[in-house]
Ligand binder design. Structure first.
Ligand code: UDP
Length: 377
């Protein structure tokens, strides 16, 4: 069969589905991309507020960061990025501290003036729980790297709110995302390339999808008999939904957002930074995003802020985070085993593989899957 006669369906017009579609389209395959929402770009969709011109990251802040030069080059091919360093602050019992945990945080929290070496020794000798060599849980990972006091203040309450679970039941990998530094470097990420597209992620994804070989259909839900109409399907929706929840529902977290616009008293600068985390368990939201600070090269007199609330995700909610368990998941294993039997469907992305993937990893995996498929032709 010639390449042109092979019809491919990509389910989901987020980063994963769009990158796969584009890669195949560039190799001459006609690709249909469907998405049940009315817009492309999945959860990195963003839009300028018409009254203020501020670019609003409608589904939470998205910062593109990677150490993979090829992935950085790839996204820069489709949109102009400006370098952006994410500097997050944490509110703890009324005090504002620096995040990720760095020398300033340690000195602020313990009211000290440690040098890097002193801080390291202080944490190692005085606080770090002895005997945890290979942490399995998020709690163990925190105790081992920052000790009990910092864990309880910065991670315990936030994590319980974010995941609806105790940190001892969550895997260490979640916290390994965050660096602990014994310098004053407060860059939230450690990657070589970090930035945000100047016109937003919607335009980035739009440009990726812009190919004469790609047909986009929004407001279109995947139906189980679609697989018969195509030679191959790349499915980036929830894996449990694909199988009609036959092994039960996989846990995801959804986010609810409370947006505050200028008319609601928010003129000027609300919090002085893009992201303030609220680590106390008593505060119902996890963080407040002030969108204009995600584009510091723009000047805005007004401001827009968003409070994020994390909740268990029902079947009709938008899933954001797959909830992973420290001990793994039998249900997930069953779905993965079942997915491997679907020879004409490849499961991709955060929801299709039930993995906590960053955007750069999503792009990298999408390219990998697309090329793996192209080799089979
Ligand atoms: N975390 C925390 N307190 C913070 C920030 C992060 O406990 O102030 C923990 C929490 O479990 C969170 C994880 O670290 O889910 C990863 O944080 P990250 O900022 O990478 O989360 P994301 O931006 O993907 O929501």
């Amino acid at each position: 069969m010639s390449t042109k006669n092979r019809k491919v369906l990509c389910v989901g017009a987020g980063l994963t589905g769009s990158v796969i579609a584009r890669e195949l389209a560039d190799h001459g395959l006609p690709v249909t991309v469907i998405d049940e929402r009315e817009h492309i770009a999945g959860n990195c969709w963003c839009q300028r507020n018409p009254h203020t011109g501020i670019l609003v990251h409608a589904y939470g802040p998205h910062i593109f960061h990677t150490s993979d030069e090829k992935i950085w080059e790839y996204v820069n091919r489709y949109a102009e990025f400006r370098p952006y360093l994410h500097r997050v602050k944490a509110s703890i019992e009324g005090r504002i501290c620096s995040l990720p945990i760095n020398l300033l945080t340690i000195n602020q929290f313990f009211d000290k003036s440690f040098t890097p070496l002193e801080a390291q020794k202080f944490l190692e000798n005085v606080l770090a729980e002895p005997g945890i060599t290979a942490p399995v849980s998020l709690e163990d990972q925190a105790l081992r790297s920052v000790g009990r006091d910092l864990y309880e203040a910065f991670f315990k309450g936030y994590t319980i709110k974010q995941w609806g679970m105790h940190p001892r039941d969550l895997p260490a990998s979640i916290l390994k995302r965050l660096p602990v530094r014994f310098s004053f470097d407060d860059n939230y990420f450690s990657d070589a390339y970090q930035g945000i597209p100047t016109k937003g992620y919607t335009e980035l994804v739009q440009n990726i999808l812009s190919s004469s070989n790609i047909q986009l259909k929004l407001n279109t839900r995947y139906k189980s008999n679609d697989v018969e109409k195509y030679n191959h399907v790349f499915y980036s929706g929830r894996i449990d939904r694909y199988f009609d929840y036959k092994f039960g529902q996989l846990p995801y977290r959804t986010l609810k957002f409370e947006h505050f616009y200028p008319a609601e008293h928010l003129d000027g600068d609300f919090q002085g930074c893009a992201q303030m985390n609220f680590c106390d368990k008593e505060v119902p939201y996890t963080r407040i995003i002030e969108h204009k600070h995600l584009a510091p090269w723009e000047k805005h007199e007004n401001t827009i802020t968003t409070r994020e609330f994390s909740q268990a995700c029902g079947q009709n909610d938008i899933p954001f985070y797959p909830v992973l368990h420290a001990g793994g998941s039998d249900i997930l294993d069953q779905y993965i085993a079942e997915s491997k039997k679907q020879i004409r469907t490849t499961f991709v992305g955060r929801l299709g593989t039930h993995q906590y993937l960053d955007m750069d990893v999503a792009v990298s995996r999408a390219l990998l899957e697309a090329h793996r498929f192209l080799k089979t032709l």
